[in-house]
Write a protein that binds this ligand. Structure first.
Ligand code: TYD
Length: 220
């Protein structure tokens, strides 16, 4: 059976990834593509258990290496339990955040690069995305949107960080896109949802077409 296609959605807080994943999933299902829609941290039973520990901030007191290890453990479980089996079944996998979040959020902190690189290799175990859409937005605007969406609830472990940190993360995402242009497409997420949807659809269908030409399609 032809290998499926692994697509990840990345970007800072409030960039509108979730809305766009929903819209894209509807569009792909209508065209009868077989899909798995998932997210990180989480996406498998083991990883969802770890998600709570990380996002509540409960792991923060144990230091950045511990938090980084927990993300890696969650990713490894998610890759082996959910993503790899779906790709082997020939499905399209849409994942809300993945390894680039890790590179940007944990890699931008105090953890040394060799530690990051080793854990990345172990946790991915070869499962690199075929296409990554990087939703790019001014962090001030993104945080405003994230706050509006959250309403009365409290900011999570990462949302509460300073604007300067969010700005550095934006730069770091753009650097990844420059370094890996075959995999990454930067989506201007500042526009309205329909404009963003148009850009997402174009990038995804180009990738599906290229993939079908290489290996045969993922249609039901
Ligand atoms: P969540 O509310 O799921 O995401 P979003 O901001 O996309 O709505 O929160 C996930 C948070 O975890 C987000 O702030 C990014 C962060 N994160 C990391 O720091 N490292 C990682 O490897 C992943 C996957 C996420």
């Amino acid at each position: 059976m032809a290998r499926g296609l692994f697509i990840t959605f990345e970007g800072g807080e409030g960039a509108g990834k979730s809305t766009q994943i929903k819209r894209l999933a509807e569009k792909l299902r209508a065209k009868r593509y077989r899909l798995t829609v998932t997210r990180e941290p989480g996406g498998s039973a083991g990883a969802e258990a770890i998600r709570h520990v990380i996002l509540s901030g409960a792991a923060e007191i144990f230091g950045p290496r511990m938090e980084t290890l927990l993300f890696a453990a969650a990713r490894s479980d998610h890759v082996e339990q959910v993503i790899r089996p779906a790709i082997e079944r020939g499905e399209i996998v849409l994942c809300d955040r993945f390894v680039d979040s890790w590179r940007v959020y944990q890699g931008g902190g105090e953890v040394d690069q060799a530690f990051m690189t080793t854990l990345e290799r172990i946790s991915l175990n070869g499962m690199m995305p075929d296409l990554t859409l990087i939703f790019d937005i001014d962090p001030a605007e993104g945080l405003k949107r994230a706050t509006e969406r959250r309403g009365e609830g409290t900011a999570d472990r990462f949302e509460k960080e300073t604007l300067a940190i969010h700005q550095a993360r934006r730069d770091s995402y753009l650097e990844i896109a420059r370094n890996e242009p075959q995999r990454c497409v930067v989506i201007d997420a500042a526009g309205d949802a329909d404009m963003v949807e148009h850009a997402v659809t174009e990038a995804v269908f180009l990738a599906i077409e290229a993939h079908a030409n290489e290996r045969g399609g993922a249609r039901a």
